[in-house]
Design a protein around this ligand. Structure first.
Ligand SMILES: Cc1ncc(COP(=O)(O)O)c(C=O)c1O
Length: 403
């Protein structure tokens, strides 16, 4: 089989294409020497608010900080229970635990990789009761306070049902939409479907900065005030007028201008991701044992194109396919090799442990194929050929691995 050089993700062509505009944006910051906060950060926050159709955008240092700040603004109590997905980057759960609260893992849907609203409703019916407006966990007596769904790989979770559940049980929703900027669910943009939306602009995200960056999004003025306050040492403005406990999680002006320059390009990047996904889906359709991603909930922006790789008996061939592709110069990545309920320190209370068989199985057989907007059709087709070859001629695949 022909050798290739196709990374799982690359920014080199994109940066080359937009270098002059990006350097111009960075130069503005140098000229004004407005490195921290100020007009460039505010301009990006306003631009993002207009794009999302949201009242308030509060920039911060990372997606992890956005989750932490959202939990802080919602006053998550010690021993509070937050229902969340086990199939995600660790931050969507670990930030819950930093407050002494408990992530409770509800299994996912195999075809969207997102939290199952049906299993979430069933867990609440079985394990909770309402005392006044508060949902209480029967076995521990802990309050159940909120839900953190993740819009994994660029597709929104099912907010129609999640919002109904949240209303019935009086729970807030923090939408972790680190991977889905530009996706929509119904008429609304990802990030605006919960009480607070948490974004990451890590460089590999669909809208990436050139370092760490993130944002919280909300329509609630009280929460917006709290978020503004907590991101800079408990004060709403500069000066030494502290009103509450806070941290330093400001959005850097250098990152803000990069994001401002790239936000108008996002729809184009996402359209190209969708076109690549369409080529993958049509060329890889019909391979026994290969589950392709499906667009079920709204407009998917394919942060990742993630397949499940099994043989005809359901035994995972994921590691073999990954090695085979690597052997011919195609880099595929495993997001994620373990389901979060398998991480011991995230199991904060034995009485709250759940089994998540679907997430566990998905973690054992998922593989994300190369996905970045500047991939050429030829490169996408080369990946398809290689994957087909692996399934058609397993013996040939083995030879490459050994050589
Ligand atoms: C689903 C999800 N949540 C949260 C984060 C954390 O974002 P950051 O890396 O900007 O802290 C990420 C980033 O990888 C993510 O993918």
């Amino acid at each position: 089989m022909k050798r290739h050089s196709i990374p799982a993700f690359s920014l080199s062509r994109q940066i080359e294409q937009h270098k002059t505009a990006l350097l111009g944006a960075l130069e503005q910051v140098l000229d004004k020497q407005a490195f921290v906060g100020g007009a460039f950060v505010q301009a990006f926050e306003q631009q993002l608010a207009a794009y999302l159709g949201s009242e308030f955008v509060i920039g911060c240092n990372s997606g992890t900080d956005a989750l932490w700040m959202a939990l802080h603004a919602l006053r998550v109590p010690k021993n509070g229970i937050v229902l969340t997905t086990p199939f995600s980057f660790i931050a969507s759960s670990s930030e819950i635990a930093t407050f002494g609260a408990h992530p409770v893992f509800i299994d996912i849907e195999q075809d969207t990789f997102n939290i199952s609203p049906q299993l979430l409703a069933a867990w609440l019916e079985k394990n909770a009761y309402c005392e006044g407006k508060t949902a209480i966990h029967k076995a521990t007596g802990f309050p159940i306070v909120g839900i953190i769904p993740v819009d994994l790989f660029g597709q929104c979770a099912d907010y129609r049902i999640l919002q109904e559940i949240a209303e019935t049980w009086n729970l807030w929703i923090i939408e972790d939409t680190a991977q889905a900027i530009g996706a929509t669910f119904g008429e609304k943009k990802a990030g605006t479907l919960g009480t607070i939306g948490a974004f990451s602009f890590y460089p590999t995200k669909n809208l990436g900065a050139f370092g760490d960056a993130g944002a919280c999004v909300t329509n609630d003025p009280i929460l917006a005030e709290r978020l503004l306050q907590v991101r800079q040492h408990g004060r709403k403005a500069t000066g030494y007028d502290y009103e509450a406990f806070g941290i330093n999680s400001r959005l850097d002006a250098m990152q803000a201008v990069v994001l401002s320059q790239r936000l108008p390009l996002l729809e184009g990047f996402n359209d190209r991701r969708r076109a690549i996904a369409q080529i993958y889906s049509s060329m890889l359709d019909g391979i026994l044992g290969l589950q392709l991603p499906r667009e079920i909930a709204g407009h998917h922006v394919f942060h990742q194109y993630t397949v499940l790789v099994d043989d005809s008996k359901g035994v995972s061939l994921r590691n073999e396919l990954e090695k085979y592709l690597a052997g011919i110069g195609i880099q595929a990545r495993i997001f994620y090799p373990q389901s979060l309920q398998q991480i011991s320190f995230l199991n904060t209370n034995a009485m709250l442990a759940t089994a998540c068989p679907v997430a566990t199985k998905v973690a054992a057989s998922c593989l994300s194929l190369p996905m970045w907007p500047e991939m050429t059709d030829e490169e996408v087709l080369a990946v398809c050929d290689a994957v087909r070859q692996f399934f058609v001629q397993p013996a040939a695949a083995q030879q490459v691995e050994l050589s």
